[in-house]
Write a protein that binds this ligand. Sequence first.
Ligand code: ATP
Ligand code: MG
Length: 379
Amino acid sequence: MQMVDRVGAGFCPDPQPAGPHHIPRHTVVEDLDRILMQDQPSKFYYVVTGAHGRGKSTLLREMCLRREKKGMGYIEVEPHPKDFGKSLGAALDFNFQEHMGMLNQLVGLMGALPVHKEDSPQMTFKRAASALQEAAAEHKKRTGRPFVLIIDAVDRLAEHAPDILETLQDYCKDWAEQTIVSVVLVCSEGLAPHIMHSRDAWSHAYQPGEIRNITTEEAKDYLVNRGIDAQDAEQLVKVTDGVFQRLEKCVVMLGRGMSVQQATHAILQDIETHFVSAGLLDDTPQQKPGLRVIRELIKPPSSKWSQLFGGDATLGRLHITAAEFRELVPEHTMQDKLLNRSSVFAFDGSHLRFESKTSEAYARDMLPGKSENLKTRIS
Ligand SMILES: Nc1ncnc2c1ncn2[C@@H]1O[C@H](COP(=O)(O)OP(=O)(O)OP(=O)(O)O)[C@@H](O)[C@H]1O
Ligand SMILES: [Mg+2]
């Protein structure tokens, strides 16, 4: 199949069978579809964020399949993102060998060296991106519409191949300007938006809003439908925060005979792991600035702030701005460490807050009890 036909036909992995416990989120899918699939091509690329395990991938795939994939592709960055260019090429049926550079071809013909010297990951990505650009330009001529490319799990690029993420972001901007490829980048709220937000190409980014948790009622119904007693479900939704992943874990744990208390404890331990992975519980270089951020987030808002944003003085500030975050954590490497994938914080590029209510509760109630040292630094 020619690449332009591949682009026209679209690509997306088959969906997981929805199963009887799937919570339909039609409104969210329709909202995404309306924003991302506009009739008039926009000059933006899109950044869809949502904290870990909220159902982003499920929703985006659902949207893609609703459109029968036509003129639309979905690709997920793999755990080893150095191969991202190869995966993109494979999704497009792009033959790297066939299109290798003239020099390589000559060398191959002369038999002087192995046929093809492996490109660097960055170069492989650029070659796949150029091929996509060509095919999408042809697709635009044929249909008058840009090709829509959804790239999921962009966090992996942010963590392991930030140079490729930066190049990708530059392509996103150029393609948006030329309206030939409309890219939708899907990521957790953390390092990826942080990297992209600090670059020029962010000027062409549009954030349609984060993918939110399901409501408490939906979460309760989900647990009850999966055979959990209503009273137990009431208890569990408090720690699961409407995060699918945590709900699923509770179902498994109770199914294995654990009590609600044990399941609650296990979820809180997962939350604690986030604090460990952000380096907030150990003597790490980012501990002090990280605790400064926490202190700021749980600080009661000033009355002026309350008036402006309707904050509740007992709740603390809901978020701090990107500028405040930079002021509290001036060093780049420390910012990155605090915003890793399983972090305590959610950062959408412009605001930072706790990743979940449970993380906030942990920071308020449990963190100060961890050691005298932390207690004084937190309070
Ligand atoms: N609407 C839904 N109803 C029931 N279960 C769901 C729904 N959406 C997602 N899930 C389940 O929740 C889990 C997490 O979903 P998904 O992988 O889509 O989240 P994500 O936000 O992409 O996570 P990550 O940040 O890790 O990429 C999966 O096991 C999925 O099957
Ligand atoms: Mg995902």
